[in-house]
Design a binder for this molecule. Structure first.
Ligand SMILES: C[S@@+](CC[C@H](N)C(=O)[O-])C[C@H]1O[C@@H](n2cnc3c(N)ncnc32)[C@H](O)[C@@H]1O
Length: 511
């Protein structure tokens, strides 16, 4: 092999490595130089270059488009996965995490929202769907959402097909293959439709894309799985993802990372809960100090871990992580930080509420405004913020109530109807969501996001022709904007990005 055609000097390598970290989160320190060159060599050919160096210079010369990221993802990411990977984590989920969650939801909303971030070819989200249908006998009556996202569209295409070989079942309990797949010619296993239908796949780059977001359904999650993805990221990108996951979780929701990725240094804002053989992270808005809990085999999980649980030394063998219990921050923190409010305080308390909201403290957002004076002031910005904070906690009734109050003050603002639609969508009420979107479009026939959301809703209902029409409308309205403009009302999504997302849906689900 002609070495000069495949190598790059250290300075170019370090620029490339920095570039990949910024755009894809991927961490290539000097010791992984040859691994990176190997991947880039294959990508170069696909980009039409004979030699690696000009290809690298070309990549560095302009921002990456989605199709370039896709090609790089194909050669630089690792697609290793299988059903029920890391069984101790699934044990913790089945025996400790899900039972209290399911019990409490069975009494209330019958609603569960789970996100598999970095889902690869689908084995992880489908394992979750299998477990949930096994644990919830009346699952057909529930509103269960499992979002599954990845940066590699080839993996996503395979995930949507849901056809697997034996290799995807290595180490998987036998009942999974026997009970949930149909064996077909060629040694293939096809996942049953009754499981497949629970999972929605979409493209999402954990480093560049926006989450939480009401517009791609990535919000108000009970559990986020992001396993064996962050291990390839730089430390800074891991921390940033951890912060964004925090905002995407409901209070008391769980973040699950791979066993080799668990480190309190990366996820300082979470309560670190150690189960036998598995470390999980829990969002608790009342806890702002590093806090660790160790739960041994025999001890049940409290339904609500708000109260500090005493750390318990392991009976057999060493405790997996050094356990140190720091008391929860003063229970009176709220009284201290949130003084009695008056109408004249409203501006400053709204600003404070916005800051809490930005950080993902949704409970605190609501606590920090005087609901009564917001109601009487007619301040629609505050009403919308409160509505979103409730929606982010899965408190649909209150979210709708506050959204309706904003509509009561100003019936002509289309964005309020869009918010209402998103809340209905979260509740699984597709008809009401569609009606609200149509109202939004009646008020503003150029409302790009309303077409986009309507496209998704109608797709979910199997109305592909109608869906195509809505996506086309959104797409042609996007043409009238610059790529780098922010889509109106989208909280920062660029026009270019939304175009790519629509294109991806049209190529995948509408093809
Ligand atoms: C090793 S697989 C893990 C699959 C599964 N979570 C598991 O634990 O079995 C890593 C996945 O992360 C995805 N990935 C890597 N970088 C990503 C990024 N920046 N955004 C989203 N997904 C990414 C890869 O495409 C790949 O599918």
């Amino acid at each position: 092999m002609n070495r000069s055609s495949t190598s790059i000097d250290d300075s170019l390598f370090s620029q490339l490595s920095q570039f990949l970290s910024t755009h894809m989160g991927l961490h290539f320190p000097p010791e992984r130089k040859y691994e990176l060159i190997r991947g880039i060599r294959s990508a170069s050919r696909e980009f039409g270059f004979q030699r690696v160096e000009p290809c690298v210079r070309w990549l560095l010369s302009a921002p990456l488009g989605k199709s370039q990221i896709e090609t790089l993802a194909r050669y630089l990411t690792v697609g290793e996965t299988y059903f029920f990977r890391e069984h101790k984590m699934f044990d913790a989920l089945e025996k400790r995490i899900l039972p209290p969650l399911i019990r409490s939801r069975a009494r209330l909303s019958k609603r569960l929202r789970i996100w598999s971030a970095g889902c690869c070819t689908g084995e992880e989200p489908y394992s979750i769907a299998i477990l949930l249908t096994k644990m919830i006998p009346d699952h057909e009556e529930w509103n269960i959402t499992i979002m599954a996202t990845d940066i590699n569209p080839q993996f996503l295409r395979k995930a949507r097909e849901a056809v697997y070989r034996d290799w995807s079942f290595r180490g998987t309990p036998y009942w999974v293959k026997d009970g949930y797949f149909d064996r077909v010619d060629g040694g293939l296993y096809v996942l049953k439709q009754e499981i497949k239908k629970f999972v929605q796949f979409s493209y999402l780059n954990l480093v560049e894309d926006i989450y939480p977001s009401f517009y791609n359904e990535i919000h108000a999650m009970d559990i986020i799985f992001c396993r064996n993805v962050l291990m390839y990221f730089t430390m800074e990108q891991i921390k940033r993802a951890g912060e964004r996951f925090f905002k995407t979780l409901m209070n008391h929701g769980w973040l699950i990372v791979g066993s080799s990725e668990a480190s309190h240094a990366y996820f300082p804002q979470y309560v670190n809960v150690t189960f036998p053989g598995a470390i999980l992270y829990r969002k608790d808005e009342d806890c702002r100090e590093p806090f660790k809990i160790y739960i041994p085999e025999s001890e049940p999980v409290k339904e609500n871990l708000k109260e500090p649980i005493k750390t318990v030394p392991s009976k057999s063998g060493p405790v997996p992580t050094p356990v140190q219990s720091t008391p929860l921050k003063s229970e009176s923190r709220r009284e201290k930080t949130v003084p009695e409010k008056t109408v004249s305080d409203n501006d400053s308390s709204l600003k404070k509420a916005e800051r809490f909201y930005q950080k993902g403290f949704y409970e605190e957002t609501i606590q920090s405004v005087d609901l009564h004076s917001v109601r009487s002031s007619g301040n629609t910005d505050a009403m919308v913020l409160i509505s979103k904070a409730f929606a982010n906690q899965g408190r649909i009734k209150e979210a709708l109530d506050w959204c309706n109050q904003a509509i009561g003050v100003n019936k002509l603002d289309p964005s309020f109807y869009h918010l209402k639609a998103v809340i209905y969508q979260e509740e699984g009420n597709i008809d009401q969501a569609s009606a609200a979107l149509k109202k939004a479009l009646y008020l503003d026939p150029e409302f790009i996001l309303a077409y986009f959301t309507l496209g998704h809703l109608t797709l979910q209902q199997g109305k592909t022709q109608e869906s195509q029409k809505h996506f086309d409308n959104a797409f042609s309205l996007l043409e009238t904007h610059d790529q780098d403009d922010s889509v109106p009302g989208s909280e920062g999504m660029t026009v270019g990005r939304l175009r790519e997302i629509i294109q991806f849906v049209k190529n995948g689900e509408l093809a």
